[in-house]
Design a protein around this ligand. Structure first.
Ligand SMILES: Cc1ncc(COP(=O)(O)O)c(C=O)c1O
Length: 368
């Protein structure tokens, strides 16, 4: 027998209340303790000084609607990356684009694939459409192309793949991405989420520009959040025109606000700030990996601006205990049990002071 409909108040569509809401990284320290927020993979060097200036300059003009197509911003992105601005859509964080793609290409009964330890937002957006989320196993905490291909069915409409992935920081070499794409039906949309692309320094890595340019079923999503503008909420996608057209029909007409547009233009033109941020990350990510490994902790090899650190099995030195210890001292890392890592913490590569402080605190913690 069908379940009686509760008529006493508006009811969300079937499946909506099964969604586990996204829990953002913590951002508070105990009173009187200096806060080091290392839970959301923000840029420890902050926004580009030029972006700060541009955001200030727009403050006096906030009565005027922004350009709904963010044309100057798309041109600035196009110039920085050698892309046609007509193949770019900007968004309120790259989250928004991921949600729009799900909304446009998925219907109840469809399936969408992501990997075991993938960024959690994919599952939420898939569920919100009534489609079926399909999580496939990873190998050594890395996406496995064969496992993904084995999960493709006639109902599969989208594959979401973060490259590199959050929270593992692992990546697939471009050859593997090509192999994946080469075996997919043309009707399946491959979403390459390059949220951390700026930080990758590997010869065999590509964010996906070439693949988007040569195919009708690949998009690349990117963000300004990890390079200093998390609070501005600014993302974009590079996609074939048919997909651009569909997204432009569904997105909010002024989805990117005036401050984000101006800060984004200034930020992407400030190549020095990006270079400085990437160099800082390279130095300190290597240092942190060596230090944690030296303390006997396993670190998943990361190419992003964060590290996944695994803790020992004894309850006294578990990730949860380490998190409490660090939080009490102002170091806010990210618990990742929800990502399938109950005994690990994810740490954003921070300032020198934050990095040295965390290593010193964990050294003490492990002795306790
Ligand atoms: C893999 C991945 N994709 C997308 C995002 C979304 O970023 P934003 O909406 O800030 O652009 C994040 C943020 O943490 C991420 O880790």
């Amino acid at each position: 027998m069908e379940k009686a409909q509760d008529q006493s108040r508006p009811q969300p569509r079937a499946g909506i209340m099964d969604i586990e809401a996204y829990v953002p990284g913590k951002s508070a320290a105990p009173a009187g303790v200096k806060l080091f927020k290392l839970s959301s993979n923000e840029n420890p060097l902050g926004p580009s000084p030029k972006a700060i200036e541009a955001a200030r300059a727009v403050a006096g003009k906030l009565d005027v609607y922004p350009d709904g197509s963010a044309r100057r911003l798309r041109e600035a992105i196009g110039e920085a990356h050698g892309l046609n601005p007509g193949n770019i859509v900007c968004s309120n964080g790259s989250d928004e684009i991921l949600g729009l793609l799900a909304q446009i290409y998925l219907a109840p009964g469809d399936e969408a694939i992501f990997t075991e330890h993938a960024f959690m937002v994919y599952k939420i957006y898939i569920q919100a459409t009534g489609a079926k989320p399909v999580a496939v196993r990873e190998t050594d905490e890395r996406a496995d192309v064969d496992a993904i291909l084995a999960a493709v069915t006639p109902r599969t409409k989208i594959i979401f793949l973060a490259n590199p992935n959050n929270p593992t920081g692992t990546y697939l070499p471009f050859q593997e991405i090509r192999r994946l794409h080469g075996s997919l039906p043309k009707s399946v949309l491959l979403v390459l989420d390059g949220a951390y692309a700026e930080y990758v320094r590997r010869n065999d890595y590509e964010a996906g520009v070439e693949l988007v340019g040569a195919n009708e079923n690949v998009v690349m999503t990117r963000t300004f959040s990890k390079i200093g503008l998390g609070g501005a909420r600014l993302g974009w996608m590079y996609a074939p025109l048919a997909i651009i057209d569909a997204v432009n029909r569904v997105r909010g007409p002024f989805n990117v606000n005036a401050t984000a547009i101006e800060a984004g233009i200034a930020s992407i033109r400030d190549r020095e700030h990006v270079a400085r941020s990437v160099a800082h990350n390279e130095t300190w990510q290597t240092w942190l990996t060596d230090e944690f490994t030296g303390l006997g902790l396993r670190v998943t090899p990361s190419v992003g601006n964060f590290l996944l650190v695994h803790f020992p099995d004894d309850a006294k030195h578990s990730a949860a205990a380490a998190d409490d210890y660090l939080t009490a001292r102002g170091y806010i890392l990210r618990r990742v049990a929800g990502y399938g890592f109950p005994n690990a913490l994810r740490m954003t590569v921070g300032t020198e002071e934050a990095n040295r402080g965390v290593v010193a605190a964990i050294t003490e913690f492990l002795k306790s």
